[in-house]
Design a protein around this ligand. Structure first.
Ligand SMILES: [Zn+2]
Length: 174
């Protein structure tokens, strides 16, 4: 990844958020809400994950949790010190808690989640002064692209549901 080392810090962040967006696509291909997360240490991917709650019958299978588990396995340590987690959507309270436990150094998220976000929108868990670890938190990177990925997914799904309803109606008409 020598070309990556030559990039500026901002370009690197952009590069990894693009990467996280490709992981969000994997969630979408599995019929899940498209959220992706990548864990990076020294310009290398050590963990990656995407939302798989439905496929795995697991309410904890959020992209961030999957990436942290993957990263812990890679470095064989439950403390993932000095790593940066890039995630397309603001972490929820569960993921923010897991991030604090993991001791990840920095979190960069794209779109805000005004309903359940724990990176400042509803809660501000990752920088809570009473906790023994605070992450360096950055947000809004490629926010529009990250948000559009999710809203496009929902509008497409609404259309599909409508179409399915229409076709069943037609069936019963006969
Ligand atoms: Zn979460």
């Amino acid at each position: 990844m020598s070309n990556l080392v030559a990039m500026s810090a901002t370009d690197k962040d952009q590069h990894w958020m693009e990467y996280a967006l490709t992981l969000a696509d994997k969630a979408e291909q599995a019929g899940e809400v498209p959220v992706g997360a990548v864990l990076v240490l020294n310009d290398q991917v050590i963990g990656q994950g995407w939302n798989l709650v439905i496929s795995q019958n697991d309410p904890c299978a959020h992209a961030e949790i999957m990436a942290l588990r993957d990263g812990g396995n890679t470095i064989e340590n439950y403390r993932i010190i000095d790593a940066t987690l890039y995630v397309t959507l603001e972490p929820c309270a569960m993921c923010a808690g897991a991030i604090v436990h993991s001791r990840v150094k920095r979190v960069v998220y794209g779109a805000s989640d005004l309903k359940t976000g724990a990176g400042g929108s509803v809660f501000n868990i990752m920088v809570h002064p009473q906790l023994n670890h605070q992450v360096e938190l950055e947000f809004g990177l490629m926010a529009e692209k990250c948000a559009n990925k999710i809203s496009d997914f929902f509008s497409r799904r609404r259309k599909e549901k409508k179409a399915a309803k229409r076709s069943t109606k037609k069936d019963t008409d006969y």
